[in-house]
Ligand binder design. Structure first.
Ligand code: G6P
Ligand code: MG
Length: 217
């Protein structure tokens, strides 16, 4: 039985992955190394500081702790500016219909995002109050692939982890969902995402009936 649903934000509800990418790329450009969309896959679902660590590894750069703090702040400033104009129209296709179905069937749902900017984005797209709970990068000490962010979501929804279905577009998120004992739905290219229980290319055309069928197996 489906007891609750947990959505990742970036890449599932909205396509902010591209804004994250552009902001990191700007840093890489300024430091004089290349950073591609393929490299960016490694940053999806990963916390801000861990993303920076990976970026610096890709660029083969060693910097002081102080400089790391500065770089992370700089990236975030660029990112926040790029999402400031976001509105409802950026909600990905299929999301609103699916949420509507969940409401009709009274299945509670929460957000499980690594982003500290998640509340701001949800407010910008007018969905903050639709969620029964919001868990984001401000609430957890251990980021994905640790299961904490999703376990806390289940707790807030007052449901069992085994009854939860997680929607994720990132490898780290799928691993976190599996570590939490949940059913993991990968949103995106199957070849890039390993270990999920069910694959969809986007939220578009997804129905609760399909999901129920998939989740009993
Ligand atoms: C999401 C994104 C990551 C991002 C992380 C932290 O999980 O997929 O690319 O690094 O959130 O975001 P933040 O807004 O806190 O920097
Ligand atoms: Mg994501």
């Amino acid at each position: 039985k489906i007891e609750g649903i947990i959505f990742d934000l970036d890449g599932v509800i909205v396509d902010t992955a591209v804004y994250h990418f552009r902001a990191w790329k700007k840093l890489a450009d300024e430091m004089g190394f290349s950073f591609t969309e393929d490299d960016n896959e490694r940053l999806k679902g990963v916390s801000r500081m861990e993303s920076l660590r990976i970026l610096l590894e890709i660029g083969n750069k060693e910097v002081s702790e102080e400089e790391k703090k500065m770089l992370a702040e700089k990236k975030n400033k660029i990112y926040v500016e790029s999402i400031s104009g976001m509105g409802k129209e950026e909600i990905l296709p299929g999301v609103m219909n699916f949420i509507q179905e969940l409401k009709e069937e009274k299945i509670p749902f929460s957000l499980g995002s690594a982003s500290k900017n998640a509340p701001l984005i949800l407010k910008n797209i007018g969905l903050y109050h639709s969620f029964d709970a919001v868990v984001d990068g401000n609430d957890v000490a251990k980021a994905k692939p640790a299961p904490q962010v999703f376990l806390l979501g289940a707790e807030k929804l007052q449901v069992n982890p085994e009854g939860c279905i997680v929607f994720e577009d990132a490898q780290s998120g799928i691993e976190a969902a599996k570590a939490a004992g949940m059913f993991a739905v990968a949103v995106g290219e199957q070849a890039k995402l390993k270990g999920a229980d069910y694959y969809i290319t986007s939220m578009e055309h997804l129905t609760l009936a399909d999901l129920k069928k998939a989740a009993v197996h």
